[in-house]
Each structure stands twice: as structure tokens, then as C-alpha cells.
Design a protein around this ligand. Structure first.
Ligand code: PLP
Length: 356
């Protein structure tokens, strides 16, 4: 028998969530964000399931070339633009769109040799202070981009630091428009949280990521509460049973001490698969569709669950680590992180199975 751990990826869930994004932002074009290997779901698999998207956003030239090689004809945006000047030739050859966030990137577009002109997304720093030009610098940057032979169309963009919080958009939106209002240029503002919470951010292109995978961008709410469907379900099985007495300790470090006699299931999934080691006793797990809890420390290849209240469970019982029936947001919260991190951290050794 092969190891029973697998990540089931649902193409219909991805398509459903894209349709939800389009319903939320009916006037905008949807740039599906599929960086980080499609948030752990597989770059090409996700692109195929989301072929109805109007464009795709990735991080690297290599990801973009893989998409072009597999027949993607929509615009592809490099979210941090070029990391070095030699990448410009590949961007031209594959008609990639570039974020431009730094003076060096503007200069590269001004000084490069003749060749195809590219669409650029000029990034304004609206208060996140990560990438982008300060609003007051925009006039100079736009003038230079307009004069650069390697630039075709300019779209103005920003990225919100707090779009998932009530009122978190007002100030950065004001910052953006103070700079952008002078230009009749297309704009792109919304991540998933802004897309679902504030129509003022929809503009010409929306950039949903996490919602496409069925996961909520808002703390305390799950994707299914927002009408989304989990695209990834991580499943495994119980491979061994242990009966322990009161006072026995469980797992590395003996950090869990059984307060009473317990029946434990050992599950084939560990931190080398991407299950968060920071999780611990009490984190939710489904066994045979019923909710129980993690016990003790997560090992590299295994973890332990409480089967005391599930007498019919045994070796071979089905386990859901997250996904359909157990939102990854809830599992992530128990580990002190967010669903994004768990999905992206799915290890390459986990078998991926396509399901409808
Ligand atoms: C990752 C990313 C997104 C998508 O964000 P979600 O919260 O996953 O919807 C949008 N825009 C930019 C610039 C990003 O880097």
C-alpha cells in the first residue's frame, strides 16, 4: 500500500470561486493571482481550472513562461516586475506585463534597446510601505514611463495593507486617488478582501488570490460562509492505534500527558508534508467525518489524534487535515497562522490528486 496522504484539488471548486469573484466585481477584469505554485495547488493545474480568468499574476519570469508554454494567451503580470535587466528580453518574447515599483525598473525600461513595448502596472505605495512609489512621486514616474519606448499601456495600481479590516481601505484609497486622479489611466487595487468588501476598489482589474482557493481573507470568517468552496482537501488515514493509561506521555518531548485512559490514532501526515509543527494539542482534525483533536507534538511524518470518543475508528479510518468539512482557516488559527501559509507550504512529496 502506498502512503495514504494526498491533497485533493477540485477544479470545479476553483471555477466556482472564480465565478464568485466575477459576481462580486461585475465590471472589472479578473487577474487570477496564482503565485507560489498557485498557492500550493499547482501552477498549471490552477491555470487550467481558471482558464475563464481575464489574466494571471505570478512572481517570476519562469512561472510566466510555463504558462505561455502551456497555452495561456491572456495577459500575465509579474507582480514584482523584473528582478534584473536580462529578464526584459524574456518579458518581451512572451509579452508579459510588468509591475514597475522602483526607480531602477523605470530606468531599465528607458535605457533598454529596441524591441516590443510592454504593458506596465505602475505601483503606488498607499501606506503599506513595502513596494511602490510614494504618491507625490507619481507625476515624475508617469512622465518617464510615457517617454519610455519599451512601455505600451500604463495601469496604476496599489496593494492594501489592511483590506481585511473594517475601515482599512479608506485612508489608502484616498492616498491612491490623490495621486491617480490626475490621469485617465486604468487602475487595479483589489485583493480578495477588497474585492469582496468594497466596490470602490474594483476598478479595471481586480487581483483575487486566496478567495479563488476557497479560503476567506477575513479573520473569523470561513470561505464557505462567504459562498466559496475549498479547492484543496488534505486527507490521510490512521496507520496505527495506541491505547494509553492515565499518566502516559505521548510523542516527542512527552509534552502531552494523558489525564485518563485514551485511545489514540497515529496519522500519516507530519511537518515534512506541510502540516504546521507549531500546532499542538487541541487543533481540530476530522476522523471518519467527525471532529476530534490533535494530541501532542507533530512529528516529521506523523501526528497523533484522540480517538477516545470514536470507538469505531481504527487503522484505515479516513482523516481530513483541512479542506472540505474542516476549513484550513480554522486549522491555521489553531497553529497561530493563516490559511495562506498552510496551503503554500504543502510539501512537494505529498501526492496531488485531481478531483472534480
Ligand atoms: C498576492 C497578491 C494579491 C492577492 O492577494 P489575496 O489576499 O490572496 O487575494 C493581490 N495583489 C498583489 C500585489 C499580491 O501580491
Amino acid at each position: 500500500m502506498t502512503r495514504p496522504l494526498e491533497a485533493r484539488i477540485s477544479a470545479s471548486a476553483l471555477a466556482h470561486n472564480l465565478a464568485a469573484a466575477k459576481r462580486h466585481a461585475p465590471g472589472a477584469r479578473v487577474m487570477a493571482v496564482i503565485k507560489a505554485n498557485g498557492y500550493g495547488h499547482g501552477l498549471l493545474r490552477v491555470a487550467r481550472a481558471l482558464m475563464a480568468a481575464d489574466g494571471f499574476a505570478v512572481l517570476t519570469v519562469d512561472e510566466a513562461i510555463a504558462l505561455r508554454t502551456h497555452g495561456v494567451t491572456q495577459p500575465i503580470l509579474l507582480l514584482e516586475g523584473l528582478f534584473s535587466d536580462p529578464e526584459l528580453a524574456a518579458a518581451r518574447a512572451h509579452a508579459l506585463a510588468l509591475v514597475v515599483h522602483s526607480p531602477g525598473q523605470v530606468e531599465a525600461l528607458e535605457t533598454c534597446g529596441p524591441g516590443a513595448a510592454l504593458d506596465v502596472f505602475c505601483k503606488i505605495n498607499s501606506g503599506m510601505n513595502r513596494l511602490g512609489f510614494r504618491p507625490e512621486a507619481l507625476p515624475g514616474v508617469v512622465e518617464r514611463l510615457r517617454g519610455a519606448a519599451a512601455v505600451e499601456h500604463i495601469t496604476l495600481m496599489t496593494h492594501f495593507a489592511c483590506a481585511d479590516e473594517a475601515g482599512g481601505i479608506d485612508v489608502p484609497l484616498g492616498q491612491f486617488w490623490r495621486a491617480a486622479a490626475a490621469y485617465r489611466m486604468p487602475h487595479s487595487l483589489a485583493n480578495s478582501a477588497a474585492l469582496m468588501s468594497d466596490a470602490r476598489t474594483h476598478g479595471d482589474w481586480v487581483r483575487p488570490g486566496i478567495m479563488l482557493y476557497g479560503v476567506s481573507p477575513f479573520a473569523g470568517r470561513t470561505g464557505s460562509e462567504l459562498g466559496l468552496r475549498a479547492a484543496m482537501t488534505l486527507v490521510s488515514r490512521v496507520i496505527a492505534i495506541q491505547s494509553v493509561r492515565a499518566g502516559d506521555r505521548v510523542g516527542y518531548g512527552g509534552s502531552f500527558e494523558a489525564p485518563h485512559p485514551m485511545r489514540l490514532g497515529i496519522v500519516a501526515c507530519g511537518y515534512a508534508d506541510g502540516y504546521p509543527r507549531h500546532s499542538g494539542t487541541g487543533a481540530p482534525v476530522l476522523v471518519d467525518g467527525r471532529r476530534t483533536q490533535l494530541i501532542g507534538r507533530v512529528s516529521m511524518d506523523m501526528l497523533c489524534v484522540d480517538l477516545t470518543a470514536l470507538p469505531s475508528a481504527g487503522v484505515g479510518s479516513a482523516v481530513t487535515l483541512w479542506g472540505d468539512g474542516l476549513p484550513v482557516e480554522v486549522v491555521a488559527a489553531a497553529a497561530g497562522t493563516i490559511g495562506y501559509e498552510l496551503l503554500c507550504a504543502l510539501a512537494p512529496r505529498v501526492s496531488v490528486v485531481d478531483v472534480s
